[in-house]
Structure formats: structure tokens, C-alpha cells
Design a protein around this ligand. Sequence first.
Ligand code: G4P
Length: 289
Amino acid sequence: PSIQWFPGHMNSGRKKAAENMAITDVLIEVVDARLPAASSNPLIDELRKFRQRPCLKLLNKADIADPAATKVWLDHYNGIPGLKAMAVSFKKQSDMAKVVGWCRSLAPTRGSPDKQLRMMIMGIPNVGKSTLMNGLLGRKVAAVGDEPAVTKSVQRLEIDNSHVVLDTPGLMWPKIELESDGYMLAASHAIGTNAVLEDEVAYFLGNLLLKRYPGLVASRYGFDIAGLDGVSLVEKIATKRAWRKKGGALDIEKAAMALLKDYRTGVTGNISLETPQSREAMIAEKRAA
Ligand code: G4P
């Protein structure tokens, strides 16, 4: 039985999103650069093709992703017609300032007072949509897409008299295509998990990090990682830091949380959880099973 990671269903917002396509010139999809495929929403791709709107795919949080993996993803996405992919960090005002220009290049006939450029920001929770929205508008607006789609009409927010941002049509949950997608999303964002699951997520992350970034793990935690797996890595962190619960047992939960937090905040280093190749391998494995 697979884990139910998210409460919603990707269909919520589907109808509204299709309607809004008619009044959109460029779709901006924000994904997490550390897991660009797992953090995308297939509905966006569907809408883009159906309505033939150009799409700017922003791999955000590039500041904490692995630059080598990000480059491979950009090459992969930029080979797809109708798509322009860029790596950004919305923590940087200078990256934010480039977004409108990229959109203009995708819709060169738009961007004047009588032909406004209308951009719609979409993406799953926690990828940075609100940060982008606030940055583009230069003011704080209500969190993007934090209400059910059915209750609201589309909001037009003017950047200036030639450029408009459209609010996203309600919550968009990721589609968990592979079981590892749920783990990657949970590892990257503190959502949809409880304490028990948090341990499982930390073990998953530990295994992945030991496999792909052993050097970063060793230097972050300061011990020999030879022969460790996710479970024994978490144990060893607890042992090394002498984290014990009342009664003397190792405080595994605390060590699991530390591993997750170090990754989430970028303290462990620049890490990406998937590449186009690793994803293809996972899909092939699933098909064979
Ligand atoms: P959303 O609307 O898509 O749900 O995402 P939101 O903008 O709320 O951003 C989610 C979290 O990601 C926020 O952290 C935000 O600061 C962080 N974030 C956004 N862009 C970047 C980026 O380029 N790099 C990094 N490292 N983080 C980014 P938070 O912990 O929820 O809030 P806060 O503590 O930063 O205020």
C-alpha cells in the first residue's frame, strides 16, 4: 500500500486553470531545482500543450541545488519546444528582476499598455510562488493559490500598465508518479509528514545522500561513513552528538530531524535529489516490477 502524502487531488483547480489559460500569454511554472520533475505538476504541461502557451520553467532554489545537476536539467528542458527553462534563486533580487524580460522574449508581441503581457504563476506548494509574486509586484500579496479554486475568480495584479500577473487557480498538488517522489518532496519541504514518517523520510534521504554526495555527508557530520546506510547514518549522528532520551536510548528522532533540516536549509551543501537519468532509471525499474 502506498503512502497518502497529500490531502488534495490534482484535479482541484483543473477547470479554473483551463479557463484562465485563455487570458494568459505566458505560463510561469516554478519548480524546486533540487527535484525538478518530482516537484512539477503534470496539469501544467497538459495545459501548456492544449492551449499552446509558451512556458517559462523556473528552477528555483538553485542556490541550494547541485549546479551540475541543474545544468543537466536545464539542457533537458530547453530541448522541449515551447519551453524556456532557467535556474534562479528568488532569494536574489537580481534573479527576480530577469523574470519579466524572459516572459517578454516568449511573447514578443505583448508588453504594452494596449497589449499587456499577462503572466500566470503556477506550481505546487512551497516552490517559491509567493516569493516570486511579491518580488514582481514589489509588495506583499496574499499567498498564491492558498484558497480552494472554486471560491475565487482570477486576480489580476498589475506590475505596471504593461505587465500583469495572474494569481494561480487554487492549490496544485504534485502527482506522485513514483514512490520516491513522495519521499523527495517530504525531504525537501516540511509538509504532509508526521513524526513516524519523518524518520522514514530521513532514512530515504540518508541513503540517497550517501550514494550521491558521500563527501558532503562525511564533512558535515565529521565521521567515517564507510558501510553506512540511511538508518545507521541517523544512529551515528545521534551517537556522535550524544543525543539521548531520558532513560539513555539514542534520540533517533532528533538526529533524523537534524539530517533533514541540514539538507532543507542547504547546510549540508549543494544537493539535488534527482537528475533526468536517475529519474529515467526509476521509471524503468517501476515498469519492470
Ligand atoms: P509557495 O508560494 O510556492 O508555497 O512558496 P513560498 O514563496 O512561500 O516559499 C516557500 C519557502 O521557500 C519559503 O521558506 C521561502 O523563503 C523559500 N524560498 C523561496 N525561494 C527560495 C530560493 O530561491 N532559495 C531558497 N533557499 N529558499 C527559497 P520558508 O521557510 O517557508 O519561509 P522563510 O523562513 O524563508 O520566510
